[in-house]
Design a protein around this ligand. Structure first.
Ligand code: ADP
Ligand code: MG
Length: 238
């Protein structure tokens, strides 16, 4: 049984069908990376998995649960956005604990989880700061921390490092790889960066205009791409 299974998902905005029949399965603990050109539907697909967009047809299941129409808060999923989406008026600790507060968790327990996540992400000294008093990398860590405290079965990352400079991107990539190893959670990760895709992924999904072009391990896609499009994305010399 796959941890996450998408079956023949379709989604239109107005007259334009942007997801045109996507199926894929991720095992528990797998790191799945979506790559594909701008506008091919990567964010829409993540938002559908998160429940922020409703699919027109097809099904989404997590473990044995069909979550196709399940409320986002009840899917056991946490999403990290490219723009961090932090609340500017809240401290780091409040940002990280806000989702738990909304879910009705008691303050003491919330604080414990926030502190644990802060330690994992080297944010312990910054818990009282506001987002504007943080660097880009620290802001992204807060956004990741907000996901970690919820202890989701599945993490979704939408180009989480694309606003960081090259050096910090490498550092954060290694931190995300370590998090994946430590937490053992299933992760679905969108990126434009071939190095991120090749080094983080157990499985890469190449998307093109709302369809899956090829799914495979980084090595398979690199050494045996189905076509020039896939080769172009994974950087094989062919
Ligand atoms: P990607 O993340 O791969 O760049 P998106 O999933 O953001 O692509 O977008 C896929 C297509 O759907 C694009 O053509 C985009 O303009 C369109 N789209 C995305 N969200 C909406 C929306 N809420 N309303 C209308 N069109 C949208
Ligand atoms: Mg996008």
């Amino acid at each position: 049984m796959a941890e996450l299974a998408l079956s023949n998902l379709h989604k239109s905005f107005g007259a334009t069908e942007v997801i045109r029949g996507v199926s894929l399965a991720a095992h528990s603990g797998e790191f799945v990376v979506f790559v594909g050109p701008s506008g091919c539907g990567k964010s829409t697909l993540l938002r559908m998995i998160a429940g922020l967009e409703r699919s027109d047809s097809g099904t989404i299941s997590i473990g044995v649960r069909d979550v196709t129409t399940t409320d986002p808060a009840k899917r056991g999923i946490a999403m990290v956005f490219q723009t961090y989406a932090l609340y500017p008026h809240m401290s780091v600790a409040e940002n990280m604990g806000f989702g738990l507060e909304m879910a009705g968790m008691a303050k003491a327990e919330r604080q414990k989880l926030v502190r644990q996540a802060a330690e994992m992400l080297h944010l312990t000294d910054y818990l009282d700061r506001k987002p504007r008093q943080l660097s880009g990398g620290q802001r992204q860590r807060v956004a990741i921390g907000r996901a970690i405290v919820r202890n989701p079965d599945i993490f979704l990352f939408d180009e989480p490092l694309s606003n960081l400079d090259a050096e910090l991107r490498v550092k954060m990539r290694l931190e995300i790889a370590k998090l994946h190893k430590d937490l053992g959670a299933t992760m679905v990760y969108v990126t434009h960066d071939q190095v991120e895709a090749m080094t983080l992924a157990d499985k890469i999904v190449v998307l093109r205009a709302g369809l899956v072009e090829q799914i495979g391990s980084p090595m398979t896609l690199y050494s045996d791409p189905d076509n020039r499009f896939v080769a172009g994305f994974i950087g094989s010399p062919r």
